[in-house]
Design a protein around this ligand. Structure first.
Ligand code: CAA
Length: 269
C-alpha cells in the first residue's frame, strides 16, 4: 500500500517510460520532455528519472539543456493525479493525502530532487522554452540557470488556481528573478506571462522565434563553454551565494575562490 501511494515504483521506470529523452554529446547534455501527445505532462516518474539523470551526469558535462517536444514545453503535472484512479503505479492526490505529514513531505522532497541538481555550480542549465510552461513546467524552467524562450511562450503558475502551492522548487528562483510583488501577481492570479513580459521582468534572458530556439541555445552553450571550466564553476558558486551574504562576506568569499584559482593556475610544484 505505502509503496503504491508513495509512488515507489516510479523509481523503477525507465527514462523513456518516464516521458523523457536524454542525450549526452561531449560537454552538453540534453533532456527532452517527450510526451508531446499529452503536452509533456509530468509525473512522479518524470521527477524520479530527472533526479537519476542528475545523479549519473557524466563528469565532462558542463551544459544541460532542458527542452520540450511538440507544441508545449510542459503542461505541468499529469492531471490524472487529481482523479481517484491517479497515474498507474504512482497513486493519486487522494491516495497521497492519506499519508502522514512526514511521509508526504518526504515524497515531495524526492520529487524536488529532480529539479534541484540543475543548479549545481559545475554545470549551467538552460531551459529552452516554447509554448505552454504551466505549473510543474514553469517550475522546471525556473529550476534552470537560464531561460531562452520562443516568442509563443506562455508561463503560468497554475497551482493556486487548483488549490495547491508551487512546491517543485520554483518559488525562490521566481522571487529572485522578478521580486516578491511580481511573483505574488503571477502566482496568485495564475495568469499567463507572455514572451514580451517574461523578457521585460527578467524571467527570460532572450526571446527568439520558435524556429531559432535550438540555434539560440546552441550559441549560448558555445559561449558558455568558451570560458575556463574551473573558473566558471567557482564564479557560479560565488554568484549563487552573493544574495545571502553581506558585501564583506562576499568579498571574503571572492578572496578564497581567487586564491584557489591562482594557486591552481600558477603554483610551481
Ligand atoms: N496532464 C495530463 N494530460 C494533459 C495535460 C496534463 N497536465 N495537459 C494536456 N493534456 C492532454 C490532454 O488531455 C489532451 O489529451 P487527449 O488528446 O488524449 O484528449 C492532450 O494533452 C492535448 O491537450 P489539449 O488538447 O488541451 O492541447 P492544447 O494545445 O489545446 O492546450 C494546454 C494545451 C493549454 C497546455 C492545455 O492542455 C491545458 O490547459 N492543460 C492543463 C494544464 C494544467 O492545468 N496543468 C496543471 C498545472 S499545476 C501543476 O503542475 C501542479 C503541481 O506541480 C503540483
Amino acid at each position: 500500500m505505502a509503496e503504491a501511494v508513495l509512488g515507489g515504483s516510479a523509481e523503477d521506470v525507465s527514462i523513456k517510460e518516464a516521458g523523457l529523452r536524454y542525450e549526452v554529446d561531449g560537454e552538453i547534455a540534453t533532456i527532452t520532455l517527450d510526451r508531446p501527445e499529452k503536452r509533456n505532462a509530468q509525473t512522479f516518474a518524470t521527477w524520479s528519472a530527472l533526479a537519476r539523470i542528475g545523479d549519473d551526469l557524466p563528469e565532462q558535462v558542463r551544459i544541460v539543456v532542458v527542452q520540450g517536444e511538440g507544441p508545449s514545453f510542459s503542461a505541468g503535472i499529469d492531471l490524472r493525479m487529481f482523479t481517484p484512479e491517479g497515474v498507474p503505479g504512482q497513486g493519486s492526490f487522494s491516495s497521497v493525502a492519506q499519508l502522514d505529514n512526514v511521509s508526504f513531505e518526504q515524497r515531495i522532497e524526492q520529487a524536488q530532487q529532480g529539479f534541484l541538481w540543475l543548479r549545481r555550480p559545475e554545470i549551467v542549465s538552460i531551459a529552452a522554452v516554447h509554448g505552454h510552461a504551466i505549473g510543474a513546467g514553469f517550475q522546471l524552467a525556473l529550476a534552470c540557470d537560464l531561460r531562452i524562450v520562443a516568442d509563443d511562450v506562455k508561463f503560468c503558475m497554475k497551482e493556486p488556481a487548483l488549490g495547491l502551492v508551487p512546491d517543485l522548487t520554483g518559488t525562490k528562483p521566481l522571487v529572485d528573478l522578478v521580486g516578491t510583488a511580481k511573483a505574488i501577481d503571477i502566482c496568485l492570479t495564475a495568469r499567463f506571462v507572455d514572451a514580451e513580459e517574461a523578457f521585460r521582468i527578467g524571467l527570460a534572458e532572450r526571446v527568439v522565434s520558435g524556429g531559432e530556439l535550438t540555434q539560440a541555445v546552441r550559441d549560448k552553450a558555445a559561449e558558455l563553454l568558451s570560458t575556463n571550466r574551473d573558473a566558471a564553476t567557482a564564479t557560479k558558486r560565488l554568484l549563487q551565494g552573493a544574495r545571502g551574504r553581506t558585501l564583506e562576506e562576499q568579498t571574503a568569499a571572492e578572496r578564497v575562490e581567487q586564491a584557489a584559482r591562482i594557486k591552481a593556475l600558477f603554483a610551481v610544484s
